[in-house]
Design a protein around this ligand. Structure first.
Ligand SMILES: NC(=O)C1=CN([C@@H]2O[C@H](COP(=O)(O)OP(=O)(O)OC[C@H]3O[C@@H](n4cnc5c(N)ncnc54)[C@H](OP(=O)(O)O)[C@@H]3O)[C@@H](O)[C@H]2O)C=CC1
Ligand SMILES: O=C(O)[C@H](O)COP(=O)(O)O
Length: 471
């Protein structure tokens, strides 16, 4: 597990280049199948030792890791900024949020306990029979993370898995793998035994199939695109999956909403880190009567966003992660323009930097109505009734989150109850945190539930030991 400098570079290395200035940040190994085998073998061997550690000792290692991460905030944030192009402030807050996450995970693990169930609750059985129900680790967890939160979405898999007694094989996104390696080093420095956490680097398209179908992997915790998630789920058999995938989160604005407040929330929700967040607001569904007013406020709010390269300015809207990503987003913009959407603002591109773009009068035949841009473009779909808004929101193949903006709590609950998503935010932008809340997607947005306690429960299984007093 190492970061190589330019002089060490050879053909088995993948160069990691900054999306901000094209500078070479380092290189990671494109691991061979036998190197993957070695890492998984180490994790399998370490499992039998690590699961026997007292929980309080595993928790102490997590607390130490959180402290070390915090102590390295500046250094890791600088790497994060360079590697994935997140602005300095957001990079630092990703690190502090992760340290909090790791600590809370250790606290939570210590407060989870089993139960005992008496037999006489079921007819024909007596109190003499009872089950002692405990939680067991599942084995070797494969954690695969995406590029956009290289520290947080890695640690939010690794910490709950480790604290529960699993060992972890971690495959970071290639863009983000330098950060991933730094995080793993911190966990190891905190006192993990050899093999409890190993890192596999290499392109998912090349090594992915081999890792996910490896017979010694007991559980896969994946965050990334729906395309890759679906592909994994088709190839894997009898291995539990916890997956957070793509989204098309709708902000539904009803006619009695506090419009300036809704606009402020939506602009932040849609455009921070250029919309490269699974929970970004990715469409507005607004009641026609208030659409023009909402657009007025949105123009003000979007106009306040800072656009630029975080190397030189503190900006919310930053260059996208790659040329390919920018081309994809630009394709959605062109398609919307061609099909007659009204561009309210934006539509400007400088290399991989795309200015925040707002479209009104988007119709269902346009790609932007349905596809996830993972970029700074936001469509407005107008409807006449609340029922139409709900139907349009639910027509998406995705079901991660949604927002409802209204001053009427009854309407808010009525709409929330009908939305086919993992989480509905009433009068707030869509977002994952706080991290102990459940975080899940339905339909093509995921399988299973993350969130501190939920992740621990997902990556452990119950075991019943049945005691018979009356033989
Ligand atoms: N719902 C959620 O919580 C979140 C969802 N996402 C979604 O992720 C996408 C953006 O992230 P991005 O990193 O580009 O997603 P990808 O799906 O491209 O990659 C995610 C991870 O999967 C790896 N991978 C790629 N191909 C395979 C394969 N065949 N087998 C196993 N692993 C593979 C990648 O490695 P490599 O980098 O080497 O290709 C990376 O580590 C968006 O669609 C977004 O919605 C992102 C964040 C959160
Ligand atoms: O990967 C993502 O995009 C995150 O899970 C979203 O988290 P956030 O809502 O805190 O940005």
């Amino acid at each position: 597990m190492s970061i190589h400098n330019e002089n060490n570079y050879n053909e088995n290395m993948i160069k990691i280049v900054s999306p901000l200035d094209g500078s070479l940040l380092g290189a990671v190994k494109a691991m061979s199948q036998s190197e993957v085998d070695t890492n998984i073998e180490k994790a399998k061997k370490a499992f039998y030792e690590w699961r026997e550690y007292p929980l309080s000792k595993r928790a102490d290692i997590m607390y130490k890791a959180a402290d070390l991460l915090l102590a390295n905030t500046k250094r890791v944030a600088e790497l994060l900024l360079m590697e994935i192009g997140k602005d300095q402030k957001s990079a630092e807050s990703e690190i502090t949020r992760t340290a909090d996450f790791i600590r809370f995970t250790a606290d939570t693990a210590k407060s989870i306990h089993g139960e005992s169930i008496q037999g006489d609750n079921f007819s024909g059985f007596s109190k003499e029979k009872f089950a002692m129900v405990t939680r067991e680790p599942v084995g070797v967890v494969l954690a695969i993370s995406p590029f956009n939160y290289p520290i947080n979405l890695a640690a939010s898999k690794i910490a709950p898995a480790l604290v529960s007694g699993n060992t972890v094989v971690f495959k970071p996104a290639t863009t983000g793998s330098l950060c991933g390696i730094e995080l793993a080093k911190i966990f190891l420095e905190a006192g993990l035994p050899e093999g409890a956490l190993t890192v596999i680097t290499g392109k998912g398209s090349e090594i992915g199939d081999y890792i996910v179908t490896h017979p010694d992997i007991s559980f896969i915790n994946f965050t990334g695109s729906t395309e890759v998630g679906l592909d994994i789920s088709k190839k894997v058999h009898m291995v539990p999956l916890l997956m957070e995938l793509g989204g098309k989160d709708a902000a539904i604005v009803l006619k009695d909403a506090d419009l300036p407040f809704a606009a402020k929330n939506i602009a932040a929700g849609a455009f921070s880190y250029s919309g490269q967040r699974c929970t970004a607001v990715k469409r507005i569904i607004v009641i026609n009567e208030v659409a023009d007013k909402l657009i007025g406020y949105l123009k003000d709010e979007i106009g306040k966003l800072r656009v630029g390269n975080p190397l030189t300015v503190q900006a919310e809207v930053v260059p996208l992660i790659s040329e390919k990503a920018a081309d994809f987003v630009w394709g959605l913009i062109e398609d919307a323009k061609e099909k007659g959407a009204r561009m309210v603002m934006g539509g400007k591109r400088e290399g991989t930097l795309i200015y925040p773009t707002l479209f009104d009068e988007v119709t269902e035949d346009m790609r932007i109505a349905w596809e996830e841009p993972f970029g700074p473009v936001l469509p407005i779909l107008r409807v006449n009734t609340v029922e139409e808004a709900v139907a349009l929101a639910n027509k998406s193949e995705y079901g991660l989150q949604a927002s409802v903006f209204t001053e009427n709590i009854t309407d808010a609950f009525h709409v929330a109850g009908k939305l086919e998503v993992g989480t509905v935010h009433i009068n707030n932008k869509t977002e994952r945190g706080p991290d102990h809340f459940p975080f899940l997607g339905v339909k093509k947005s995921g399988i299973g539930t993350q969130g501190i306690r939920y992740s621990i429960e997902a990556m452990t299984r119950v075991k019943a030991t049945v005691i018979n007093l009356n033989r």
